[in-house]
Design a protein around this ligand. Structure first.
Ligand SMILES: [Mn+2]
Length: 508
């Protein structure tokens, strides 16, 4: 039977076990300095309007170490000379509040469900941590994550002025390397998001609103058990694709335009991040296809070079050089721009020429005053300074990659401070995006008219393995022929459904 829907129910959705979190905590404590206390606070709740709040998203660090999702939570790790303790501070049980806003695990839950050695209600925070801070040689606390808890912590810490370390330096280095279980979750998030993109392709047609594709995408996320979109969904038809973080999603999709979708779900606290660009009506125009193939070739080559030892800056350079090559091939960039170095030289030469023309034209107008000659040199000077030459940055103004994990732009350093750029060699367990794009504004008159208003980005999530890589978001097509086939099939299905409805109403 032909597959008519890409939605799937998932009996085998992977979940992180209690052991996973216990292991994370053990590893974290191992990395703490001797005789220290590390305190990790969750983020505050945020008001949306009047007395309603945004859906609460716990801080990734707290989720990573405990899987505890309630607000007003603090984790404390005491590393003593002989043993260590894991302490949780949580909201107290409250019958009335729980009727209104849901179950609270309370102190007992923290111990029985979440593995705390000791647990207290959050109002006991200062009283409990004061002696711990007193006894420790080093206190680890990152200020700035929760203003209210910062000031409460500060009342205790300010009395001792113990050396203050940053627990995130340890935690974020850990989070950068995903375990096999975490990759399972991220692969699953990628599958859900991929299916959502396929559904959007199948649904797309001129006259639909951008937000209708958004609704379809987010419906597939939620239908499959994802918690939220991992970031605000971007659905940009036509020239809206050239606004990198376009989230209005209120325009009508036009026949003959492309639509760029950058949307993906978060599943069990782990993000995915996918961008696809496809023709609203299901068929690329020759000009759209030309630009698309350039971006696709760049993206595929950048992914293909992924393996341990390669650096994100190498991947960015490969992607950028292929974009250059493609744009030169289409006559959009001059032949001088095949490399970043060549482009730099060409721009410098142009600037020199402009300067020379300026002084030349000043000289010539001075000469004109004097002798009334040299009109020809003046017009040459004007044309040389007329238009600034294009550069790759005019069409590709963002990086190719970012880490991805519990945060869509995940934590973890890209290189030591002394290194400039993303120079850190890749290792197994790192996960990042590869997302080259080309954005040709409708107003860009230096480019042939047929290319104006085309904005294309193609993005996948890539995990580094021992020998190479795994694309976690491979389930959504990106080849031109595949996209057109999926869209043609989707169109057929929509027409079939419409015919069924039309027939039913006719029979009444
Ligand atoms: Mn991204």
């Amino acid at each position: 039977m032909k597959k008519t829907s890409y939605r799937f129910t998932a009996p085998k959705a992977p979940r992180l076990s209690k052991d996973f979190f216990a292991n994370r905590r053990a590893e974290f404590v191992k990395k703490l300095p001797a005789n220290s206390v590390a305190i990790i606070v969750t983020g505050p709740e945020r008001t949306r309007s009047n007395d309603t709040e945004y859906a609460y998203r716990p801080s990734s660090d707290v989720l990573y170490l405990s899987n505890f999702g309630e607000p007003e939570c603090v984790l404390a790790f005491v590393k003593g000379k002989e043993d260590s303790r894991f302490i949780m501070f949580v909201r107290p049980k409250d019958k009335m509040r729980e009727i209104w806003t849901g179950i609270r695990h309370g102190v007992d839950g923290a111990q029985n469900e979440f593995g705390a050695d000791e647990a207290y209600t959050i109002d006991e925070f200062e009283k409990v941590i004061a002696p711990l801070v007193d006894e420790a040689d080093t206190v680890l606390y990152r200020l700035g994550r929760n203003e209210h808890l910062d000031s409460r912590f500060n009342t205790v810490w300010s009395k001792t002025q113990k050396p203050l370390g940053n627990p995130e330096e340890i935690l974020h280095e850990m989070r950068l390397f995903k375990t096999a279980h975490e990759i399972d979750i991220m692969r699953y998030a990628g599958k859900i998001s991929a299916q959502a993109h396929v559904e959007a392709m199948r649904l797309s047609r001129p006259g639909l609103m951008e937000y209708q594709l958004q609704a379809s995408l987010e419906s597939v996320f939620r239908f499959n058990g994802a918690d939220y979109p991992a970031y605000t969904s971007i659905v940009g038809g036509g020239n809206n694709a050239n606004i990198l973080h376009y989230i209005e999603n209120r325009a009508e999709l036009q026949d003959g335009d492309l639509v760029l979708i950058d949307a993906a779900c978060e599943y069990q606290g782990y993000a995915s991040d996918i961008t696809r660009t496809f023709p609203v009506n299901g068929k690329f125009t020759p000009a759209q296809r030309e630009i698309y193939e350039v971006v696709l070739a760049s993206q595929k080559a950048a992914i293909a070079m992924t393996k341990p030892g390669v650096r994100l800056m190498d991947i960015h350079e490969t992607a950028s050089n292929l974009l250059r090559k493609g744009l030169v091939g289409l006559g959009i960039l001059p032949k001088t721009h095949l490399t970043a170095e060549g482009e730099k030289k060409a721009i410098e030469a142009w600037q020199k020429k402009k300067e020379a023309a300026k002084t030349g034209s000043a000289a010539s107008s001075a000469a004109k005053k004097g002798a009334g000659k040299k009109a020809g040199s003046k017009s040459a000077a004007a044309s040389a300074s007329e238009q600034e030459p294009l550069r790759l940055f005019d069409f590709y103004m963002h990086g190719t990659s970012h880490w991805i994990g519990m945060d869509v732009h995940d934590v973890g350093t890209y290189g030591t401070r002394s290194q400039k750029g993303k120079k850190r060699p890749l290792k197994p367990g790192m996960v990042f995006t590869v997302e080259p794009g080309l954005y040709i504004a409708a107003s860009e008159t230096r480019v042939p008219a047929k290319y104006r208003g085309i904005g294309i980005r193609i993005e996948d999530d890539v995990a580094v393995t021992a020998k190479g890589f795994e694309v976690l978001t491979a389930d959504v097509p990106k080849e031109v022929d595949e996209i057109e086939a999926v869209m043609a099939d989707g169109r057929k299905h929509c027409e079939h459904v419409e015919a069924v409805f039309a027939g039913r109403s006719g029979n009444r």
